[in-house]
Design a protein around this ligand. Structure first.
Ligand code: 3NM
Length: 217
């Protein structure tokens, strides 16, 4: 992708395993109506066919809301549904291979330490994920909680947009932005909320309040 990617402050992730049994399509609509302007589809436990179908629905709906759409892990599905980009972990297709397949799209890379963050930047990622910030039950990352100090080190070392992830909630999200994350990725706190729409709305409002207060300094 040409130029620095302007990433919205809330990075909502739709994971059908985390919706407390509610239809992912319904939750998707709530996330969009709540005001998220970037959405990732992360579906680990379903067939390729199901991911593809959900990705096509997500693409159609995100477009209506002018929301950036990213597919987790699957370059093939991202391309086929015309997503804006893909998010890749350290065990997925390497960045240089993915870039050959999608020269113009957004590619985000999950990182967990300074070396990985620097490598992602050198390799031409558009943004990095960094985590887990706090304890989380959603994914066994194999890493201890990274915390705000480590995030600050990453912030000082890379220019790329940073999306913090892992255990982020409405309660601690401001801390994450203050430590230098451009965006906060949230799964369970949003998807398990009684009203994902209202939860997203409150986080988006908190982000706007924070950027206003930074501007008026
Ligand atoms: N990646 P929740 S932590 C998908 O550290 C994922 O790279 C992580 O879910 C990383 O918001 C994580 O429910 C799970 O904690 C995030």
């Amino acid at each position: 992708m040409a130029g620095r990617f302007q990433i919205p402050p809330l990075y909502a992730i739709l994971d059908p395993e985390q919706t407390r049994g509610r239809a992912p399509q319904d939750i998707l609509r709530e996330l969009l109506e709540g005001g998220t302007r970037i959405l990732q589809l992360r579906a680990k436990a379903v067939s390729s066919r199901e991911i593809y179908e959900l990705a096509c629905t997500s693409r159609e709906m995100t477009q209506k809301f002018e929301c950036c759409f990213i597919v987790n892990d699957r370059v093939d599905i991202a391309l086929m549904c015309n997503a804006d980009g893909v998010h890749l972990g350290q065990e997925d297709l390497p960045l240089n291979a993915a870039r050959k397949l999608m020269p113009e799209k957004i590619i985000g890379i999950s990182t967990h330490d300074l070396d990985q963050a620097r490598n992602a930047e050198r390799g031409g990622a558009d943004y990095i994920g960094f985590g887990p910030m706090f304890g989380t039950n959603t994914k066994d990352t194999g890493y201890s909680a990274r915390g705000g100090d480590m995030l600050k080190q990453i912030r000082a070392a890379v220019k790329l947009p940073i999306v913090a992830i892992g255990g982020i909630t409405e309660q601690n999200v401001t801390q994450v932005w203050q430590a230098g994350a451009d965006s906060a990725a949230i799964i369970s706190d949003i998807l398990k909320a009684d009203s994902p729409r209202e939860k997203v709305g409150r986080v988006v409002t908190a982000a706007a309040r924070m950027s206003d207060s930074l501007r008026s300094r």
